[in-house]
Design a protein around this ligand. Structure first.
Ligand code: GDP
Ligand code: IMO
Ligand code: MG
Length: 435
């Protein structure tokens, strides 16, 4: 059984979209299993850029099945808009099918309002969320008051759930956040209409995946966000509200964990973060600016400037452990071209001692950690056209080798540019041998 999960090893935006698009060629099905439209996954094919927030990054390939699993929080308007944009750009291949789980929880207008009102209020302590209602939607799911995609087809029950929710949310919005109340009838009409529009896509996606696995088909699971935004394993509370680690590929799509054979961790050659929270290797100098500008580090969802810093192997090692990563895809190596010296963080120094394999759980301790760096020589040669390892400068290969040693996981792909073809492929994760 050759099913592959792709997950981020840092704080998101590692280049998962590019790698998933590339690996889709080898897969039959691409499935999202967590997060929602807080994600922004960028694909560059033949010079054309497509940013996907909710639809799986396999969508540009024909004859595939794209699945939005039960673990995703689903904004139907974003879904419909994304389909329309793809159609307008003639990017929807004729034979690719798209499904959304009837068990996915809906992102409702009050989720967005609460997310935004909370962020506006807690100035100084904010998380820096994407404001898409992700956290509040997951909160309702766990509180057992959420509304699911399938509820849109039982109008009386849907209206009753909406009424009950709004009673509470409007109280919170008006009394606590001093915000506007939301109108029940308006939301009901809007969402029931979305329900009709999305009906052709709604299915029991767990059954579809199971059926396809039994036919010998290959699934590619597309993680969103990154290991250190995971609700359990990340830099809590500066995290997102779902489990981003590979184990959730199973839970969030409704198939057993034994069906996943390889976990590929996507690791940017340096580190970025959008939003608040500690970032030990952050650079607020010319080198940080180089990474931000050469790497075009702007959030694909919110357009915010991403914070940039040296590669942090404490984070990557932790990601390798918690997601069972055996293969690494290194992205954006080209962005480091031209820097004289490169640093890799191999541990943190703190009053509580050293941390090498795991970041401290306390944000206070993490914020006070000083990175311990190893310094390597950089390279000046343009690497955009490298397609084989031996076409990389010796210093680039040394950097990758050291990364691989520290991660204790082998590198199977090196990305040297945003385009699909700007890639060195060392192994096919579906076959565990060179393609
Ligand atoms: P994701 O959320 O993990 O899918 O990553 P994003 O799409 O948010 O951010 C990655 C950004 O880097 C996108 O703009 C990609 O087009 C771009 N990108 C991906 N790989 C490379 C690479 O190897 N080199 C360069 N220069 N850009 C890349
Ligand atoms: P992709 O899939 C980077 C960050 C937000 C914020 C925190 C919580 O493109 O890698 P949320 O809206 O989820 O409640 O915000 O998580 N965040 C991301 N950062 N990439 C993402 O997705 C992110 N999705 C959420 O910036 O710090
Ligand atoms: Mg992104």
């Amino acid at each position: 059984m050759a099913n592959v999960a792709v997950v981020g090893t840092q704080w998101g935006d590692e280049g998962k979209g590019k790698v998933v698009d590339l690996y889709t060629e080898k897969a039959d099905i691409v499935a999202r299993f967590q997060g929602g439209n807080n994600a922004g996954h960028t694909l560059v094919v033949k010079g054309r850029k497509t940013i996907l927030h909710l639809i799986p990054s396999g969508i540009l390939h024909d004859n595939k099945i794209c699945v939005i699993g039960n673990g995703v929080v689903f904004d139907p308007l974003v879904f419909l808009q994304e389909i329309e944009e793809l159609q307008q750009g003639s990017l929807l291949p004729p034979n690719t099918k798209l499904f959304v789980s009837e068990k996915s929880h809906l992102i409702m207008p009050y989720h967005r309002s609460i997310d935004q009102a909370r962020e506006a209020r807690t100035s100084g302590k904010k998380i820096g969320t994407t404001g898409r209602g992700i956290g509040p939607a997951y909160e309702d799911k766990v509180a057992r008051t959420g509304i699911r995609v399938g509820d849109l087809y039982e109008e009386d029950l849907f209206r009753e759930k909406l009424r009950q929710n709004l009673e509470e949310k409007n109280f919170l919005l008006t009394n606590y956040y001093k915000d506007k109340p939301l109108d029940e009838e308006e939301i009901a009409t809007q969402y029931l209409a979305y329900g009709q529009k999305i009906k052709p896509y709604v299915a029991d996606t767990s059954l579809i995946l199971d059926y396809e696995i039994k036919q010998g088909k290959k699934i590619l699971f597309e993680g969103a966000q990154g290991s250190h935004l995971d609700i359990d394993h990340g830099t809590y509370p500066y995290v997102t509200s779902s489990n981003t680690v590979s184990a959730n590929a199973s839970c969030g799509s409704g198939i057993g964990p034994n069906t996943i054979s390889t976990v590929v961790g996507i690791c940017k050659a340096y580190t970025t973060r959008v939003g608040e929270g500690p970032f030990p290797t952050e650079l607020k100098d010319d080198i940080g600016n180089h990474m931000q500008q050469v790497g075009q580090e702007f959030g694909a969802t919110t357009g915010r400037k991403r914070r940039c810093g040296w590669l942090d192997m404490v984070l990557v090692r932790q990601a390798v452990r918690v997601s069972g990563i055996t293969a690494l895809a290194i992205t954006k190596l080209d962005v480091l071209t031209g820097l004289d010296k490169l640093k890799i963080c191999v541990g943190y120094e703190s009053a509580r001692g050293q941390f090498t394999y795991a970041a401290p759980a306390s944000m206070r301790v993490l914020s006070a950690c000083q990175p311990i760096y190893e310094e390597l020589d950089g390279w000046k040669e343009d690497i955009l056209y490298a397609r084989e390892m031996n076409e990389l400068p010796a210093n680039a290969r040394k950097y990758l080798k050291r990364l691989e040693e520290l991660a204790e996981a082998k590198i199977v792909l090196v990305s040297v540019g945003a385009g699909r073809e700007e890639t060195i492929i060392l192994e096919d994760p579906f076959h565990n041998k060179a393609p």
